[in-house]
Ligand binder design. Structure first.
Ligand SMILES: Cc1cc2nc3c(=O)[nH]c(=O)nc-3n(C[C@H](O)[C@H](O)[C@H](O)COP(=O)(O)O)c2cc1C
Length: 157
């Protein structure tokens, strides 16, 4: 089974979770890059504003999700919402994702981020998880084990 982990990360937490998942599941990783500068205090303020206003952005990514049996999509939570990068990624790729799993990383207040992801995708999501950044490593490993069980059931007997 071919698995893709597509993620956006501003500060490294979601990347770390994606790396752990990728290694355990032997999956391909695709880091979605937001072409808008999100660094520094201005970048931070704009990030929160753009997420709240449900803005899209210009993104760069390299893998075609239609080539995968399962696509795991990860994003940080910004102001209780979805990042513009993953909003754009889902809008551009929702038709190409056959089986979806979503996860978000946050400081503890996930808000409506997963709800927004599901609304954009518009189809059934196989699994969704919130990962709190201070417990990230342990939580990512538990998540990988849950995904292994899911993959096992998808493969069938
Ligand atoms: C602009 C901005 C807004 C944020 N808003 C929230 C929030 O509403 N709830 C929360 O729990 N964490 C919030 N965070 C924290 C991030 O979701 C958390 O640190 C996440 O793990 C960062 O992922 P990254 O390191 O991959 O960028 C926010 C961070 C940023 C930069």
């Amino acid at each position: 089974m071919k698995i893709l982990i597509a993620f956006y990360s501003r500060d490294g937490h979601t990347r770390k979770a994606a790396d752990i998942l990728g290694k355990i599941l032997n999956a391909d990783l695709d880091e979605v890059v937001d072409n808008k500068n999100r660094k520094g205090i201005l970048g931070f303020l704009r990030a929160g504003y753009d997420a709240t206003m449900e803005k899209t952005t210009e993104i760069t990514f390299s893998k075609d999700p239609s080539e995968y049996d399962l696509v795991v999509v990860g994003t940080p939570v910004w102001n209780g919402r979805l990042t513009p990068a993953i909003r754009t990624y889902l809008l551009q790729n929702r038709e190409k994702i056959k089986n979806a799993v979503f996860f978000v990383t946050c400081a503890g207040r996930p808000g409506k981020c997963l709800k927004q992801m599901k609304e954009i995708y518009g189809k059934e999501v196989l699994m969704e998880r919130v990962k709190v950044r201070k417990r990230l490593e342990g939580e990512a490993r538990v998540f990988a084990e849950e995904l292994e069980r899911l993959i096992h059931t998808l493969k069938g007997p």
